[in-house]
Design a protein around this ligand. Sequence first.
Ligand code: GLN
Length: 193
Amino acid sequence: MKIGVLALQGAFIEHEKMLRQVGAEGAQVRLPAHLANLDGLIIPGGESTTIGKLATTYGLMDPLRDFAAHKPVWGTCAGMIFLAKDIGHDRQPILGVMDIQVNRNAFGRQIDSFEAPLAIAGLEGAPFHAVFIRAPLVTEVDEAAGVQVIARLEDGGIVGVRQKHWLATSFHPELTHDARLHALFTEMVRSAG
Ligand code: GLN
């Protein structure tokens, strides 16, 4: 199984390492041709405006949308923003795939970054230690379109969702040593294949 990691900007190397840990082969995606022969794709955290700008420059927007239409895609943090259909008043290139509304930089300056233990649907064992860095918050989900909430903060804020063959998380699972979410995504890729 070969899973691509969009490698325009952000934490793509860490995702590749985690994929190796769960027995999948990772591949860096910078050009449309790199999407060939991939079974799934991770869009990493970083800066969504930069990722969008570079993806536009490299002619990746439509190829990425076509890929996402058929194959599993997981967006973390900036990647979640990139996957959302609705990002409020922000104007920047997004793929617009998942039926969620996302609020960028939702946690304000004073808690730009924080960590929290999360119970995540589909993961067994101890709470997942989630690292949030200028993270987005999901402010609305379209349940009728099949969006399922898989993780919430203590105050109810939505930070993890699944819809069809897509997964999106507000935090950075590649910055911890917990590979359970990478294993979950790998399982989504396996069952889609
Ligand atoms: N704040 C960033 C954005 O708007 C996301 C931060 C991250 O990916 N860690 O794209």
